[in-house]
Design a protein. Structure first.
Length: 273
């Protein structure tokens, strides 16, 4: 029977149709059919111990992860669901990563690569950075019982450096099916934010749940914090009596004070005569 006619899970019930057990076997079941996908996935899983460990449970970790591109609105309630699934469902560790375009220009500033890598990502058509809320194995045991059978074994390389250089590219490749592209691109060397959001029984986890709920209420946009790094000073001068005219204040509003989410400082030098 042809492989394309039978789901992989069923094929593995048949003799001589599955690869050897281990990471390659796990990836064979989780990546799209085709040797190019599998080869690229194996190469990215081989970035280090963190990504190799993740490859065994990549589908589960991806289900508890979320990427948002450009200036798209972040679905904060969904982020809370991902956070709880990651921490409470998988005993894993949750990270929030914010990348400006200049943090990963090979992906975010190159239009061809951006379209290829972010095609399946929320906000792919919008310009701007990338937010990643990703679920990875913990770097160390939490404060709970180390012998708890539900506890995911820790992987020391899944620290901040491993999350940026291994976990982030692998999960993005899994969600976008862009293994063959990302395997040839160096990971980001700097980020606007890379914040550990906790694991089971950690105060960071409970604080993150509360914070994300608050963001949902205020409908905080993706790049609000990144744009806050930009400050604009505006000086408006003229006769005060003319400010009441629509032909004056409407162009001022549109062209002189609208700088998106940048922090604005407006100074008036007006004549009240």
């Amino acid at each position: 029977q042809m492989e394309g006619a039978v789901p992989k899970e069923q094929l593995c019930l048949l003799p001589l149709t599955c690869p050897d057990e281990g990471v390659q076997g796990h990836l064979w079941l989780q990546v799209p059919p085709g040797p190019a996908y599998l080869e690229g996935a194996i190469a990215m899983a081989g970035l280090g111990s963190c990504s190799w460990r993740m490859a065994e449970i990549l589908r589960e970790l991806s289900a508890a992860s979320l990427f948002v591109a450009g200036t798209a609105e972040v679905p904060w309630e969904e982020v809370v669901q991902k956070l709880r699934l990651c921490v409470e469902g998988h005993d894993a560790s949750f990270w929030e990563i914010r990348l400006a375009v200049e943090d990963w220009p090979e992906v975010l500033a190159n239009n061809v690569t951006r379209q290829r890598v972010l095609s399946n990502i929320r906000g792919a058509s919008q310009r701007g950075g990338l937010a990643a809320f990703i679920c990875v194995p913990p770097a160390a045991h939490g404060s709970g019982d180390k012998d708890d059978f539900m506890n995911m074994p820790p992987e020391p390389e899944c620290s901040r450096e491993g999350v940026l250089s291994q976990a982030l590219p692998l999960l993005l490749a899994y969600q976008s099916h862009s293994y063959d592209t990302l395997r040839h691109i160096l990971p980001p060397t700097s980020v606007f934010r890379a914040q550990w959001r906790g694991q089971r029984d950690s105060s960071e986890f409970f604080n993150a749940v509360a914070e994300f709920h608050t963001r949902a209420v205020h409908n905080e946009s993706l790049n609000q914090e990144m744009y806050a790094r930009t400050e604009v000073a505006v000086c408006i001068t003229g006769l005060a009596r003319s400010l009441a005219e629509p032909s004056v204040y409407l162009p001022l509003t549109e062209n002189g004070t609208d700088f998106g989410l940048a922090k604005k400082h407006i100074f008036y030098v007006v004549d009240f005569q």
